[in-house]
Write a new protein. Structure first.
Lengths: 465, 465
């Protein structure tokens, strides 16, 4: 008999029908005369209850049906008497696909720490928590593709291996096929990369933005969604060495349209989560973060407040003058810390905030220069709890201005000639932004550690699995 | 006035309305009294014609409106007199965003070879050919996500950086942050990887399958869609060093369901292309491959013929006996070459073919062993023109059998302990397959070289942009 997915089985009301479900045993309890098996197949956080009558199934037979075992059960769908569930299955046959020895199976019923589960990342998707997190991860990826596709954007794959580090966004990983035991050097003592796979030194991308801009200046509106890498030795709950980024880039968009796009985009994603991930959000909110729904609703129910960096600094300085204590000092020219961003969002405006027009010294070379000579058309979207969630800008479209700024910031022409070409030939105003996928997931799931929202986190000293 | 995307403008019939379009000039022709500008914004392969009346726009003003320039044009939408187009715009204002000096802009009207365009990959999305290819690439990615999402699969991100090369699918790129000028060695003369970023030797993944299996054995049905890497020195029109793979993995699926999934999947994708990419397919079919539609229809209109490798070999041997000449000899035990695969598809069955049950010696350690002791439950999907497009198998779910096979193939336990754990705890039958995204795109676009279906191809000696 063909298998019924548990998420579908739980919605059925055609009681009396015989169905087959397959999945992993979460718990088995009961006594000689009847056993109750909670079965999960990953399609939903909810288990279906299999009732195994003692008259039909011996204790001996059911003995290996322990937590973690995989079984196939066929039987009549009936209305459940138990609370918290509407249907259950009166088992007629049970086949055991695979056992899970209770002496060695690491995922017993209760009480694992998230730290312990990270060490068995190959099994943690079998837990309620990580089932929920990874289903939400799936849904957020779907929401992202759907949002951009509906608006006529093209999904564009920028390269992972690259010979240029133009953005200077962070330390790069080197990619090589050289034999490290036999490195050839040229007469100056430099390593001879002509022997390396790509004929030059290569590394892993820190951002697809620059290549994304090339595509936007041809196809109009594109977005990337791919892995990016930072070789920073940051052992924090907010940093990964390998993470996924979404970077839309739109020809003809100025900063105002860029802000609107960012707001529409992130509200769309969170509305999607509220609509399609309710069961998983209920679980995670209940287990880890009682204010989860409040924060999600806060973002979808408020227009984002737009103001300049300079106005933001003034508000923060006034707060300090009135006695508010920040850990880090704040004045015009300094980068905002998370505490400052959260003050603006949570205490001052009580709305998500978009700050624009930052000092050029603290932003990248490619951002559009304002007429004041001091600021650039950058924008950061600030959220409750986490601070900055999106960073973007209108891009400098003027060839001469961009060239001058690149020179001031010591970016070699040989690394960016192709990027400069978009300004030499058919340039136009354009804008874009970047969202770290795992930052979004931290916000949507309420999880506290970024290692718990990606299946196999890569961090210093950790590339297991 | 807000911008109208050209693909939308071309569908409008509200003649007399004033609209604004923005894009890049493909051509300008005409005379003193009237100029015709073909404008493209990447939203479609079709240009919109801007009619600039000599009375309103001087020759002097229009002089920089050359191929590649970026402009904004506002004017009345009118019915077109010209053939091949239904609407045009009678320009009232034209703003020039960016010029493209005809002396230096590389993309003049005609006659570039695909080889030349690869050298200017940063500009080639502005051509008809690459606009079409990358729009189709977008659509195929959407089709893939939609197909799996509709069927309850979860999109699962497997790691890009990995410390294990279990699949042995090919040469790996090494990823490191070690200072290559100062490599520390231990007392045995081995490089001390405890100083490297991950505390051990790491590389770029060749496949997400093994991690995908872990997820399937928890969440039921998953798929990956991400970049994979092969450091093979293959300079052919069919190999890339960096390419995107789609790898579905499904708990409880046996080989027959796996075959059906592969057929449904690829037919879904091609139907999507036929439905949503008609303009671009028309162009590519016309320019590069007159049989493109025939092959696409061949795949969607035929059930895939299923037979065993052994039966396939018999047919090929009979063909040889009857005088058919193959370049490579064929007998039981040898790997099929593209010519053999194409013979089965194009000449013998005149249908796409799925071959199963290959000799275990030519397949991977994780494939389910048949009772005959000789073959494994592998499956390859074979297509016209390109041969193998999908490779997959039912996976060996038996712990002891898998362990034995891994030992026979010299796969170190330390590299696969986590993979083996899925068989130790709650194992079940499961199956999956892999599709190289660019192979699919070669088939769908009719392009001949795989470097022309990915924006920035990485191949030996080439990591530019």
């Amino acid at each position: 008999m063909s298998r019924t997915i548990i998420v579908d089985a739980l919605k059925r009301t055609d009681f009396g029908t015989s169905i087959t479900v397959k999945g992993w045993v979460r718990t088995r309890r009961g006594n000689k005369s009847v056993s109750f098996i909670a079965l999960n197949d990953g399609s939903t956080i909810h288990n279906i209850q299999i009732v195994a009558d003692g008259g039909r199934f011996s204790e001996e037979f059911l003995k290996p049906v322990t937590t973690g075992a995989c079984i196939c059960a066929t039987g009549k769908l009936v209305e459940s008497q138990g609370k918290g569930q509407t249907v259950e299955i009166q088992a007629e046959t049970i086949e055991i696909y695979g056992t899970a020895d209770p002496e060695t199976y690491p995922l017993q019923k209760k009480g694992h720490t998230l730290e312990f589960l990270r060490e068995i990342a190959h099994l943690r998707p079998r837990t309620n928590t990580f089932g929920a997190v990874f289903r939400i991860r799936h849904h957020m990826a779907m929401a992202i593709h759907r949002f951009f596709h509906e608006r006529g954007f093209f999904y564009f794959h920028t390269p992972v291996i690259t010979a240029s580090d133009c953005e200077g966004a962070g330390q790069m990983f080197q990619v090589t096929t050289l034999n490290l035991y036999n490195l050839k050097k040229d007469k100056n003592g430099s390593i001879d990369y002509s022997e390396d796979f790509f004929g030059q030194q290569a590394g892993l991308t820190v951002s697809g933005q620059l290549e994304g801009e090339l595509a936007a200046m041809a196809m109009g509106a594109i977005y990337t969604f791919g892995p990016t890498f930072r070789a920073e030795n940051s052992n924090t709950p907010r940093h990964l060495s390998e993470f996924w980024m979404i970077e839309p880039e739109v020809a003809f968009n100025e900063i105002e349209e860029n802000m609107q796009l960012a707001q529409d985009f992130i509200q769309y994603c969170i509305r999607w989560a509220l609509e399609y991930c309710k069961d998983d959000l209920d679980f995670l909110g209940d287990m880890y973060d009682k204010e989860l729904y409040d924060r999600l609703n806060f973002v979808v129910n408020n227009d984002f407040k737009r103001l300049t960096y300079t106005e933001g600094i003034k508000i923060l300085e006034e707060a300090v003058a009135k006695g508010h204590k920040f850990e880090f000092p704040i004045s015009w020219g300094s980068d905002l810390q998370s505490e400052h961003e959260r003050y603006l969002v949570e205490q001052h405006f009580k709305k998500p905030v978009i700050l624009t027009d930052y000092p050029k010294e603290i932003k990248s070379f490619y951002m559009k220069q304002n007429g004041d000579g001091k600021t650039v058309r950058a924008m950061d979207v600030l959220f409750p709890k986490i601070g900055e969630i999106i960073g973007g800008s209108q891009r400098e479209e003027d060839y001469e201005k961009l060239k001058r700024r690149a020179q001031e910031m010591n970016i070699p022409e040989k690394d960016v000639w192709w990027y400069m070409d978009t300004r030499r030939f058919g340039t136009a105003p354009h804008s874009g932004f970047g969202l770290g996928f795992e930052r979004l997931l931290l916000f949507v799931t309420g999880m506290a550690n970024i290692r718990d929202v990606i299946p196999f986190p890569r961090t210093p000293n950790n590339a297991e699995f």
